[in-house]
Each structure stands twice: as C-alpha cells, then as structure tokens.
Write a protein that binds this ligand. Structure first.
Ligand SMILES: [Zn+2]
Length: 263
C-alpha cells in the first residue's frame, strides 16, 4: 500500500518538472517533503500538501501573461518553483513532520495544517490580489504602491487569503473526521494571521530594489536587463525567508492555541 503512495509522489514530482511547475532541484525537494509528510501525517497529509501545491501552481500559471512583469526575470513564472521556494513553503510542515516522528502528538497535525493554510493564503493572496484593478496599499509607507510588491494589501488579496486558508481548514475537517470546530477555526485563523505576518515582515524587513531604467520599485535583482539598486531592507530578508517565517508564525499560533486554550 505504501509503495503506491511512494510511486504517486514520485510521478507527481516528475509531471510537475515536465510542466515547469517545479525546477529539477525543486522536484527533488518536493519529493522528500511529500515522503516525510506521508510518513508522519499519512495520505491525508499528502492531500493537504497537494491542495496547496496544485492550486498555487495553477494560480501562478493563471493569467500569467497579465500578471508577469515582462521586464522582470522571474523564475517562478518561467522555470517553476525551485528547491529554496519549496522549503520556504513546505519547510515548516516538514519540521512538524519531524516532531511527529520523534514525539507523536496531535499538536503536530494542527501545526502542519496551519503551515499549509498560511502558505496557501499567502500564494492565493499574491496570485489573485495582483489582478486587483485598484493599486494595493502599503502598510509601512502608508500609501498606494505598484501591484505585486510585498507589504501591500488589497481587498481582493485579503478575500483570497481568507478563502485559501478556509480551503485547507475545511479539507482538514473532511480528511480527519471528526474534528472539533474550534480546531478548524484555529487552523483557518492561524493561516490568515500567518499571511498577515507575511505582509508585515514583507513591509518592514524585506529587501526592495529600484530600477533606474523604468524608474520603478521592484523585488528583482535584475530588471529591464540591468542590475537594480537596493533601496531598502536586510539582505537576509529574501522573499523565501519571509514566506518561511510566515508559515512558522501560522504554525506557532495554531500550536499555541491548541496547547493553551483548546486542550
Ligand atoms: Zn525596470
């Protein structure tokens, strides 16, 4: 029985590389993430991982010609997600999987679900929010900015985040029946708050660059075929760091709520 899942994970990773949803090193990272999650959280864990991965990949491809900045060299749109991006989104869930293997406890299940609720909320907010007709509002600069910049929020993106977190929370309910309603609400809320933490970290710490050719702010190191100038942020605060931190925040909020309030 386990062999079927092993082949299933492997096949999905190979197909994802062929469809340029993952780079080859991203595919290898995704394979081990999947295997690890299956060992700790069984097939239900794989369904949650798959929900995050498939919806995120499809949303990234959806209307990509409208969303993609033609002046940016953005690997996610062109080549698929690489190993660093896989760890940024799936690393916290893998840590929860390690926790479950070392010291089994229901709290690890809630934490991995909250990590994926955060990652899903974040990706949905970015990929759907960028299509907003109105320009997003930047929380730190307190003004409207270019679409697609970290640290900015839009109404459309916020609804997308709530929807993304809810899809993971409700799937958890269907997969692990019977689950107390408080746990589902905890996972959804933690996912939304984790996504909000992503916006805050993105606004206050993440690196931003300026392109002297098109005179725009960007998150790209190379824009309009020339190197951009860093205008803000810490060099360690990359987009992957921000995503990983957000999933940690989401998982800790859910785990803390379970241990101190629900249990
Ligand atoms: Zn430019």
């Amino acid at each position: 029985m386990d062999a079927i899942f092993f082949i299933g994970i492997l096949s999905l990773c190979i197909v994802s590389i062929q469809n340029k949803m993952l780079t080859p090193d991203g595919g290898i990272a995704a394979f081990f993430t999947g295997l690890f999650i299956f060992l700790s959280f069984q097939w239900q864990g794989l369904v949650i991982l798959g929900l995050f991965f498939l919806t995120s990949s499809l949303l990234t491809k959806w209307k990509k010609n409208v969303k993609r900045d033609p002046d940016a060299v953005n690997s996610e749109y062109v080549k698929g997600r690489n190993a660093r991006q896989v760890f940024a989104n799936g690393g916290t869930a893998s840590l929860a999987a390690a926790g479950q293997l070392i010291h089994p406890d229901p709290v690890w299940f809630i934490m991995y679900a909250a990590a994926f609720a955060t990652a899903t909320a974040d990706t949905w907010a970015s990929e759907i929010g960028v299509l907003s007709k109105r320009r997003p509002f930047h929380l730190k600069e307190w003004r409207k900015v270019e679409r697609g910049l970290s640290g900015a929020v839009s109404t459309l993106g916020t609804f997308a985040a709530i929807l993304g977190a809810s899809v993971i929370g409700l799937s958890y309910q269907l997969l692990y029946e019977p689950v107390a309603l408080t746990i589902i609400i905890t996972i959804i809320t933690a996912g939304f708050l984790g996504n909000f933490a992503d916006t805050l970290i993105g606004a206050w710490l993440e690196q931003k660059f300026y392109c002297s050719i098109c005179k725009r702010e960007t998150e790209e190191i190379v824009h309009c075929h020339s190197k951009t100038v860093k205008i803000f942020g810490y060099s360690w605060a990359t987009n992957n760091f921000v995503n990983f931190s957000a999933t940690i925040v989401g998982a800790l909020i859910a785990g803390g709520t379970y241990i101190w309030i629900i249990k």
